[in-house]
Write a protein that binds this ligand. Structure first.
Ligand SMILES: [Zn+2]
Length: 330
């Protein structure tokens, strides 16, 4: 492994020297592969599977980061601005990075929104009517494009559905092929086909797990509106969420929690699913109040660390599906 890596570096240096000699000396000797920057760690893992050793991949959000409010460091802003290509989730998922993404795009960095490739869903309207707390919007008033971000429009959490991810993966691959000059198209296509195959197998695996859960028990109570695409794909019903919107940057209201608590008792909901990347304090309080309900953590919008059972996207989806179907009596 070590020697082949060294060999790879040696080859790249020779290639780079050769390129310089030919008058094309973009990039230093160390930075000889084009860099694709990816915002979320979920998409970072996916892109790594596609590009293999063809490109340098920089993932902005570390494991456990909350994608709704993550802010880039100065170093990361510089990396984004110098990227050969930038892959983002889109639909304003990366609320803390919108300005950085916009300015990179305006400065000529080619940006691809993964969600643009898939059939999109709006947020669940039932929960939405309860949401009156829009106070934080004043902060964004000067940003007209994003004035009603993440609340009234498209649900950005498409990655909870591996079938949609398979569609997005093909589009990301096409984008990289079209954008990065000199990329090995055959390698990329072959990696893409292999990974799409894994996603399709995973989709079938999750569907089979869900089959084991009686239909009337396919209900979801979650921390925020994160599993809309999962619910759409596998036939789950949304009973409610603790944070009534699709963004953990918003708060919960006492009135709406009381209503949710009542619904949980009436419908005998067995579990509340929370995000590993956000606090589950309100869910724990609600569980204590309603009794006989489990609080189950899911890798809903960040991978887990390396030795966890959510260390890559495939594992994360499999673990979430296992935890959901087990908790609901599958
Ligand atoms: Zn979210």
């Amino acid at each position: 492994m070590k020697s082949s890596k060294f060999f790879g570096i040696a080859i790249s240096m020779i290639v780079s020297l050769f390129a310089s000699a030919c008058g094309n000396d973009e990039g230093s000797l160390e930075a000889n592969r084009p860099t694709v920057v990816v915002t979320t760690n979920i998409l970072g893992d996916v892109v790594r599977n596609l590009v293999g050793d063809e490109l340098e991949v920089i993932t902005i959000m570390p494991v456990g980061a909350n994608p709704h409010d993550f802010q880039a460091s100065a170093k990361q802003v510089a990396e984004i601005s110098k990227a050969a290509a930038l892959v983002v989730n889109g639909a304003d998922f990366e609320e803390g990075l919108l300005d950085v993404i916009d300015s990179a795009s305006m400065n000529g960095v080619r940006v691809f929104e993964a969600i643009s490739a898939v059939k999109q869903l709006d947020y669940n309207k039932n929960d939405h009517t309860d949401h009156t707390d829009h106070a934080d919007h004043a902060d964004h008033a000067d940003h007209a494009d994003h004035a009603d971000h993440a609340h009234d429009g498209v649900d950005p959490h498409f990655f909870t559905d591996p079938a949609r991810m398979a569609v997005a993966v093909k589009a990301i691959s096409d984008f990289l092929i079209a954008t990065i000059e000199g990329i090995d198209i055959a390698v990329l296509r072959s990696n893409t086909n292999a990974y799409v195959g894994k996603l399709e197998a995973l989709d079938a695996e999750v569907a089979a797990m869900v089959e084991g859960v009686p239909e009337e028990r396919r209900v979801l109570v979650t921390n925020h509106q994160v599993f809309g695409y999962f619910a759409d794909r596998y036939g789950f019903e949304f009973v409610g969420t603790i944070i009534p919107t699709g963004s953990t940057a918003d708060g919960a209201s006492a009135q709406q929690l009381t209503k949710l608590s009542k619904t949980i008792k009436e419908e005998k909901v067995p579990a509340i699913f929370t995000d590993t990347s956000s606090s589950d304090q309100l869910a724990q309080t609600l569980a204590a109040e309603t009794g006989q309900i489990q609080v189950v953590k899911l890798y809903s919008e960040s991978l887990g660390n390396e030795d966890s059972d959510g260390s890559d996207y495939l594992e994360m989806v499999r673990t979430n599906a296992t935890r959901i179907t087990t908790a609901l009596g599958g």
